[in-house]
Design a protein. Sequence first.
Length: 467
Amino acid sequence: MLTRRTLFLLMGGTALAAGGGVAASRVGVQPEPPAPPSADAGGHLLWRNWSGIQHAYPATRAAPADEGELADLVRRAPGPIRAVGSGHSFMPLVPTPGTLVTLDRIAGLDGHDADALTAHVRAGTRLADLGPALAAVGQEMPNLPDINKQSLAGALSTATHGTGVTLKALHGNVQAFRLVTADGQVLDCSPSQNADLFAAAKVGLGAFGVLTRVTLKNSPVRRVERRVWLQPVEQTLAEWPTLQGQHRNVEFYYLPFTGMTAVITHDETDAPATPRPPTQDNDAVMSLKALRDWLGWSPAIRRRVAKHVLSGLEPERVVAESWQLLSNERPIRFNEMEFHLPREAQVQALKDVIEAIETRRPDVFFPIEARVIAPDDAWLSPFHDRPSGSIAVHAYYKDDYQFLFDVVEPILRRHGGRPHWGKLNTLKAADFIALYPRFRDAMDVRRQVDPEGRFLNEYLRGVFTDA
């Protein structure tokens, strides 16, 4: 695999041959971003999201043990009331000066139907725990996101997704859910019961109430073969429509300033399971950072060295149950912007993003991710009524991420993109009304179940208030 030692050796020789001293070209060691105080003047303790860019000092923190305790809390707690999962959203969905609620104690499998392939899951269950719990009863979620640290409630509420031209985002397989509303009522929601609330709150941002239990339509446990290989970006973009039809799950990462992509596919197989080697993804990301740090001053040399190293890497193949392979460990922190575009616009939009970054931002090194998602009917789903292709651009957590707004977002908006609800964007209510045909309907339903706005923090007021 692409190791930092290999890069250091190659880049040292290359930089010196080019006449630039290595020490002079290397980016200095970056400090940790400054942390907010651990408590505010009132003694309220700090909450901070995974990447460190969102924080709050809630006056009240609560971890109810069951639905009844949660309902009592919602009735009396100071607002805004915000539920938190893993804190993996980059947008300010969670921050509140009022009440912060974790569902960590409302977790686990709450029953299943083997014949119907359904499972009742408590909303605080983390996806990493849900995989083995479902597998133990012969079920698995039809698709999973790249990271499995999220709570089920958080993943559904932000339209978290995986990849596959025929596969919906996680909320697309929800058959029913239970929701605690602002007055402490517990409502059962499904296509036949509180149907409008079901359609509006299936992707609800925690703005309609707090999810407590979800009924999922699942699949039998299946074994898949995962393949990863590198090829030039021009080849991948030309083959992208064909790849989507050939594989159950397919995605690719463009490696900035290398001209190369890593293509990842998962397909069902009867082949025996193979040992899963330790992930090398994190070493690869830090190697790309080393490449940037040493050769960011010369994009041409940076590309030439990268191609030389990458061309010698062998493809990867591993076989296991799909829930074991579709999600990955991502300990390297980052900030992210992701937009979901009409599928036919994805390739051109990605070309435009790559050109803009490689023309204007030589500091970018984090891989750019492309996936495909099937349409669904949830009112606030970014995939509502259209097949989508997503583009996700990342920034290392120690790096400036303003370029996401200045360089990337205008391109993705120009191509008709809808932002991932948990990832960086600047859109407000008027923008969402223009992008979502049922957005005003969702706003009306939200006002009915929470007329005082007890679930709306400052950010969400800008989302659901049409100024």
